[in-house]
Design a protein around this ligand. Structure first.
Ligand code: IPM
Ligand code: MN
Length: 350
């Protein structure tokens, strides 16, 4: 096949980790006889500096014309400490999700045997945990009506029935291809939007009799994730809950630097690590590239349906972890390798 991939490295460690994912993509394409063309585009703080916009129209155009987008991270401390800034790096990420209508964010959490000791949780709780969070990505408080003044501010959590239906259906389809268990996470005891979520999910559930469905309040889900992560197979939830629960879930695997994600919906899908721009580490060659490399594996599987290619990347990542070719976040008392060394090793292993 012949792929057109848009590269949006963004800010902080984004460019370094995307470079390593590109090495893995090139290696897989060479191995399986595919060709690939990359087009780089600006997003985040670097885009604001260059164009005044965090997600410039030109970047959107490049994404729309590509088969997939590989995304690094956005964020810059210059903006974090300036609440008055109108255009923020994160605005770029949100604009991209909205304009590409990427309503479903797939965040798998898996564990690697040789890393289980890195998890702050007890080995017997973590060993074998394998779940995926389906986070709604284009609705809720992130995009609802907002008001921001000195004396009062609010964000609105609004969901329409079609918005809930499409994400819940997506979650059932994913559950059907896994261990067939779906947990709908909400706060239906308090929030009206959650009650609509639960109602819609209860209407759809009978169409998937092969999937066991249950409903859990988000506060309890936060607890069960830590107490018994193996309880979950697939969970589906609204945007803000999903943002919070997936950072929490990343702890299960031992490092946030391992969590990949796919954002899918109407237009070109985006593949990105769930970690942020980690500005303190930028340019130091210490950032863990594995989450971005694993995001590239998800790209082959989810966008191109090429499972063997995805597996070749995953096997190489697993081998790097097993052989201790890892960055400082995972190295413990052993030798820590640089971002580029890990990337080179994984590409060579593919
Ligand atoms: C994520 C990030 C983003 C989010 C930020 C950078 C806007 O935390 O992808 O989880 O909140 O969605
Ligand atoms: Mn987040």
């Amino acid at each position: 096949m012949d792929f057109k991939i848009a590269l949006l490295p963004g800010d902080g460690i984004g460019p370094e980790v995307v470079d390593q994912a590109v090495k893995a993509v090139d290696a897989v394409c060479k191995k399986f006889g595919h060709t690939v063309t990359y087009t780089k585009a600006l997003v985040g703080a670097c885009a604001i500096d260059a164009t005044g916009k965090a997600y410039p129209a030109e970047t959107h155009d490049i994404c729309m014309k590509s088969d997939a987008v590989l995304f690094g991270a956005v964020g810059d401390p210059r903006f974090d400490n300036d609440p008055s800034a109108k255009e923020r790096p994160e605005t770029g990420l949100l604009a991209m999700r909205k304009q590409l209508e990427l309503y479903a964010n797939l965040r798998p959490v898996e564990t690697w045997k040789s890393l289980i000791s890195k998890s702050p949780l007890k080995t017997e709780l973590v060993d074998g945990a394998d779940l995926i969070c389906i986070r709604e990505l284009t609705g809720g408080m992130y995009f609802g009506e907002k008001h921001e003044a000195d004396d009062m501010a609010y964000d609105t959590c609004k969901y329409t029935r079609p918005e809930i239906e499409r994400i819940v259906i997506k979650a059932f389809e994913i559950a059907r291809n896994r261990r067939k268990k779906l947990t709908v996470v909400d706060k239906a005891n308090v929030l009206a939007s959650s009650r609509l979520w639960r109602k819609v999910a209860q209407e759809i559930a009978p169409k998937y009799p092969d999937v066991e469905t249950d409903y859990m309040f988000v506060d309890k889900a936060a607890m069960v994730l830590i107490q018994n992560p193996k309880y979950f197979d697939v969970m589906v939830t609204e945007n803000t809950f999903g943002d919070i629960l997936t950072d929490e879930a990343s702890v299960i695997a031992g490092s946030m630097g391992l969590l990949a994600s796919a954002s899918v919906g109407v237009h070109t899908s985006v593949y990105e690590p769930i970690h942020g721009s980690y500005p303190q580490a930028a340019g130091k060659n210490i950032a863990n590239p594995l989450a971005t490399i694993l995001s590239a594996a998800m790209m082959f599987e989810t966008s191109f349906g090429l499972m063997a290619e995805g597996k070749a990347i995953r096997d190489a990542v697993a081998a790097s972890i097993d052989n201790g070719i890892v960055t400082e976040d995972l190295a413990g008392n052993n030798k820590a390798y640089g971002t580029t060394e890990v990337g080179d090793w994984v590409a060579a292993h593919i």
